[in-house]
Design a protein around this ligand. Structure first.
Ligand code: SF4
Length: 229
């Protein structure tokens, strides 16, 4: 990641303060869609829970793909990659991105760079394009665009982990950009206490939540009706 003056937030874990601005992990945009209150429990209240089996498998799969990729990879700086991609296609894995202005940072699973476009890929278990997963990929697109500062087309994509199956993709257009900027502002407003972290009203989410034992705001069964989880 580019060098930026930063320090951990004094009260909220995983939040950094960069040049005076809060900066949170882009993966929180996915958590936010699932349940904002889970961010509060884990990062503000400091509830500690073990990672789920799904999370452990995901981490192992990440490490395996990264090791495979590194076997043939040629090291290059971000600027070198951008320059090379103006005339040739290339691929980068685990690309760090940070935007001080938007207050977000993270690692993109995979980026395909071509002279015409950038394709930002996030790997997910399963093949369902949840709104929260799309928000996460838009967060990566926004941070990436902020770093490259050029007009090449950006496409966001979701891929089934461990396969080549891209099951969702879309252009990162002005509408997507405006929507994700608003969502990021919402998360920042939670961090500074302007808004309240809201718990989900969907009991099915609570049932599979690893924080449920420590949660005082669980949704009651029968209180929610939806075709989506
Ligand atoms: S148990 Fe339900 S309300 Fe509580 S953090 Fe988990 S998903 Fe949110």
């Amino acid at each position: 990641m580019p060098k930026t003056k930063s320090q951990p937030h004094p009260e909220i874990s995983q939040v950094m303060v960069m040049e005076g601005h809060n900066n949170f992990p882009i993966s929180w945009l996915n958590k936010q869609g699932y349940c904002e209150y889970s961010i509060y429990l884990e990062n503000v209240k400091g509830v500690e829970v073990q990672p789920t089996r799904k999370m452990v498998i995901g981490t192992q799969e990440h490490a395996r793909l990264e090791a495979e990729f590194q076997e043939d990879a040629e090291p290059a700086t971000f600027q070198e990659m951008l320059e090379t991609s103006k005339t040739a296609e290339l691929l980068s894995r685990e690309l760090p991105v940070v935007s001080v202005d938007y207050g977000i940072r993270g690692f993109i699973d995979e980026v395909w760079m071509t002279p015409e476009e950038f394709i930002i890929i996030d790997d997910k278990p399963g093949t369902r394009a949840y709104e929260s997963s799309i928000n996460q990929v838009w967060g990566y697109c926004l941070a990436f665009q902020d770093m490259v500062k050029e007009n090449r087309t950006i496409i966001g994509a979701l891929r089934e982990r461990g396969t080549d199956n891209i099951f969702w993709s879309a252009y990162f257009d002005q509408e997507a950009k405006n929507n994700i900027k608003s969502l990021i502002e919402r998360v920042h407003s939670l961090l500074v206490g302007e808004n309240e972290f809201l718990p989900t009203s969907n009991p099915r989410k609570c049932r599979s939540c690893r924080l449920k034992v420590n949660c005082d705001r669980k949704a009651k069964p029968g209180s929610f009706k939806s075709v989506r989880s």
